[in-house]
Design a binder for this molecule. Structure first.
Ligand code: PHE
Ligand code: ZN
Length: 891
């Protein structure tokens, strides 16, 4: 059997480009099925001499080549070589002009990479390798050029014509067409190019930068979405201000534009001056968007805006350096949101994502370093490891260097590399040079995959009044990396005395914490120290410790590691009540809950009756009954660890047992504390108009947490309460909370709520995404049938990534129904992977990742999942995206 073998690209094979491009003149004559793209490149050799030595190779895919001209002369067929992915001109001078004309079909572009149509409008997506689907070009990030773009289109159908940079001129042409010419003064790689043409409404505002320059801000959306842009615009202005204050970064063009489109493979894209967004991260009004949506919008608007410096002005040398821009920019958006909302709560939710999803990736056959060493399809490496673990790596550097040192480092990085395409090594070098710190060992975070484990032991000596903490670090093997070197791990530590206050810390070798926990209204000082773990075994001795303390380790989650520390339940309860570090206060409760649920799982597997520990119950009750200032924190503290996080602690994952055990604990808590839940539910009810400030978000979050506990009671009265909330709530947060609860319950209100919701919102695609996903996530037995039926509903569209993610993607994370022991869930998802792959391989590959952890399950499920993996892998004409995931999973 012959199968096309896909080529592996390796970091070690990196060579600088043979040719650079000075200017690019592009002309798009837009047509739904036959768009003409003319490109005029001024090309220069990037070596001392090129003539006759280096052939000029341009990337290109799915293009109909019309003409090629070199210095004004038509090239004949024998003057170049063309294959399915490139155009090669063997003989070129040291400097020349190349003119290429191609034809493409945007309507048939279901991959949503390159030029495509969304909602009847033209838009482009070029990262990572979409530009080559429009014209032949050296499509690699280290080739940076100045772009001039002319767009020609029918004026009535496409009144708005946009590209990067500044509008130079526009006007009418014959045959009802018009044109616009744009110029972007900043050299950029092709992946940052963008073009949009459509019938769009424009929401305008402005921002005055720190040097007094006025920048025009615009958000372009379909006309009916005009009333949903205010929050994105506010978020943009906050982000612009924050980047000036926090990093000294000022915006550099006269205009900044955001366009929202419904069909988009990812969240959004940082094209220079013209960000294109998945409409999910732009559109919001209280009736249609939840608090989480509002926060997601602010985070993503910030993220894309911050890319202007961390990504656009300074970009990646090659795609192995993806985390250079993504890890850094995620860190920037997380920090921005910590400043805009609540530091502890935001950290808790970011760590939740990391621990439940990135740790899984690190433990899977797809595990890779933050800077991968090889890939087959780069689109498969836009991962939680590159993004979120990459952000942790930046955060650790800030912890090690302190905020001022880190800022000196970023200042140096931005000034030293402005206008360049660089590497993660260059980033670290700037940090080292600006602060005189040796980060050589630290750089292992970029090259070693896997989640390090820290085993902490302690010895208190009452005679010498010293506490010795020892840290032993290990890191499990990952594909291609059997042996790991010890890492440089910054561990933030506090020691709590019997009064619950932090003790003053004195030790040789520990530095002051760069991000000390903020006081939380308690009396007494807050003391956090960061110790640097570098060797396989490190010991630190703290002196002048009058009594045996309770250690609080890895405060604010100072490193993306797993900590093992033999705290007693009582000590954890103590931390839960007193730790000055909000993150660890929360985490102590999570650790207790994990331990308890794991016990319940064993009981469940043995068919034993489930019983809940009373000390846990009373600690939980204390949190529930207390009136905390930060209700969002209180809601987090009352939430049990996610099923996927719990799975991480099991040798063999038993999804049904995890689900049952977790729910039984939830039910037991609801039964025991029923009246308190009801009281807290009512006291956190908001009268008056909907507001999205922190306090209101916190109250809704707490109230809805109470509601979901209460719904475990299966009482008609509670269901009426839930139904009442569904009917009367004036905002989507409360509507969705109640609807999700009803969707998880087999009750008469369920079908009624779902159908009323559908009738109200069936014309709003983003709201329908929510409706689809809550049904796909329901643990009720008929969920798979429902999902299959929903695929035939007119609101579903298999060509739209948001719809695929909301329905099929959500189902693939439904731990009970996807993992049904009869294998139907697996077969269904595999069918969909195969159906989607020919249309949109990127999305198919993401969906296919649901199978990668197959070896962690029991023999029966392993066999069933493996069957589907093999079935997919052996399907003819499989994309390299899906092929890479499947073959690595089976390796
Ligand atoms: N670079 C985008 C971001 O992180 C993500 C993206 C990647 C979008 C590839 C589209 C395609 O902001
Ligand atoms: Zn990004």
């Amino acid at each position: 059997m012959s199968r096309e073998v896909h080529k592996t690209i390796r970091l070690n094979d990196y060579r600088k480009p043979d040719f650079l491009i000075e200017t690019v003149n592009l002309e798009f004559d837009l047509d739904e099925t036959r768009t003409r793209v003319k490109s005029l490149l001024t090309v220069v050799c990037n070596h001392d001499r090129c003539e006759g030595i280096h052939a000029f190779v341009l990337n290109g895919r799915d293009l109909a080549l019309k003409t090629v001209k070199l210095d004004g002369h038509d090239l004949r067929h024998q003057d170049y070589v063309i294959d399915s992915s490139s155009l090669t001109i063997p003989q070129v001078p040291d400097r020349f002009a190349l003119e290429i004309e191609t034809e493409i079909n945007p309507r048939d572009n279901t991959e949503l990479s390159g030029l495509y149509l969304s909602g009847g409008n033209f838009c482009t997506q070029c990262e990572a390798e979409g530009f080559r689907k429009m014209t032949y070009y050296p499509d690699r990030p280290d080739v940076m050029a100045r772009f001039f773009t002319t767009i020609v289109a029918d004026k009535r159908k496409y009144p708005v014509l946009l590209s990067n940079g500044n509008l130079m001129s526009s006007g009418d042409l014959k045959d009802g067409k018009h044109f616009a010419k744009w110029h972007d003064p900043f050299p950029k790689p092709a992946y940052l190019f963008a073009l949009v043409a459509g019938n769009l409404d424009r929401i305008r505002d402005s921002f005055t930068t720190m040097s007094g320059k006025k920048v025009d801000l615009s958000i372009f959306v379909q006309h009916h979405n005009r009333d949903k842009c205010a929050h994105a615009m506010e978020s943009l202005k906050l982000a612009m201000k924050w980047d000036e204050e926090t990093y000294g970064r000022e915006y550099d063009l006269d205009t900044f534009m955001i366009v929202a489109v419904d069909d988009f493979n990812m969240g959004a894209m940082e094209n220079k001056g013209l960000n294109v967004f998945n409409s999910k991260y732009v559109l919001a009004k209280p009736e249609t968007a939840t608090d989480a949506d509002y926060q997601g919008i602010m985070g993503v608007v910030g993220h894309e805006y911050f890319h202007n410096w961390s990504g656009d002005r300074i970009t990646c040398r090659d795609w192995f350096q993806l985390s250079l821009k993504e890890g850094f920019t995620v860190f920037r958006d997380q920090h921005f949101m910590e400043d805009m909302t609540s530091r502890g709560v935001k950290r808790i939710s970011d760590v939740n994502i990391l621990r439940t999803h990135q740790f899984r990736e690190d433990a899977s056959p797809m595990a890779h370093p933050v800077r991968p060493e090889s890939y087959v399809e780069i689109n498969n490496f836009y991962t939680l490891t590159v993004y979120n673990k990459g952000a942790e790596v930046i955060r650790m550097m800030r912890t090690i260097l302190g905020p001022e040192g880190f800022r000196r480092g970023t200042d140096l990085y931005f000034s030293r590399h402005d206008g360049q395409a660089v590497t993660t090594d260059d980033f670290v070098q700037a940090m080292e040079d600006a602060t005189g710190t040796d980060l050589r060992q630290f750089k292992l975070w970029y090259s070693q995959a896997g989640t390090p484990e820290l085993t902490v032991t302690r010895r208190y000596d009452p005679r010498t009044k010293t506490l010795e903490l020892s840290f032993r670090q290990t890191c499990p093997p990952t594909p291609g990396q059997e042996e790991k070197k010890p890492m440089h791990i910054p561990v933030a530590i506090g020691l709590l005395g019997q009064d619950g206050h932090d003790m003053p810390l004195r030790t040789a070798g520990a530095t002051e914490a760069s991000t000390p926990a903020r006081g939380t209204g308690r009396t007494g000082g807050v003391e956090t120290r960061v110790v640097q773990i570098k060797k396989p075994l490190e010991k630190f001795v703290f002196s002048d410790i009058p009594q045996e303390p309770v250690p609080s380790i890895l405060r604010h989650f100072s490193a993306p590691a797993k900590v093992k520390l033999d705290l007693s339940d009582n000590e954890r309860l103590f931390l839960m009540a007193h730790d000055s570090d909000e993150f660890n206060r929360w985490d102590a409760g999570q650790q207790l809950a994990v331990k308890l649920i794991l016990q319940l799982i064993r009981d469940f597997q043995l068919g034993k009756k489930l019983r809940v520990d009373s000390s846990f119950m009373s600690a939980f009750n204390k949190i529930l009954g207390s009136s905390m200032d930060d209700k969002a924190f209180q809601a987090f503290a009352l939430s049990l660890p996610a099923e996927t996080y719990l799975a991480d602690f099991m040798e063999v994952i038993d999804p049904a047992a995890i689900h049952e055990a977790r729910r039984s604990l939830q039910r037991a808590l609801a039964m025991e504390l029923r009246d308190t839940f009801i009281a807290v539910y009512y006291t956190n009810q908001d009268a008056g108009p909907y507001r999205v400030d922190q306090a209101s978000i916190g109250r809704r979050s707490l109230k809805n947490t109470c509601l979901s506990y209460l719904m475990e009671l299966d009482e008609p009265g509670i269901r009426r309460l839930c139904w009442e909330q569904f009917r009367t709530a004036g905002n989507m947060t409360d509507v969705m909370a109640s609807l999700a609860n009803l969707a998880n319950t087999d009750c008469p209100e369920r079908p009624q709520a779902l159908s009323e919701f559908y009738e109200t919102w069936k014309d709003d695609p983003l709201v329908m995404d929510k409706w689809l996903s809550i049904q796909a996530l329901s643990p009720l037995p008929h969920t798979l049938d429902t999902v299959q039926a929903l695929m035939k509903n007119p609101v579903f569209n298999i060509k739209n990534p948001n719809k695929i993610r909301s329905l099929i993607g959500a189902f693939s994370t439904n731990s009970v129904r996807f993992h049904e022991p009869n294998g139907d869930g697996y077969a269904f998802v595999a069918d969909q992977v195969l159906a989607i792959d020919p249309m949109n391989p990127q999305i198919a590959a993401r969906l296919a990742s649901a199978f990668t952890l197959w070896k962690r399950y029991d023999k029966n499920r392993q066999k069933l999942m493996k069957e589907q993996l093999e079935r997919i892998l052996h399907t003819p004409k499989l994309s390299k995206d899906v092929h890479e995931i499947m073959s690595k999973s089976l390796a």
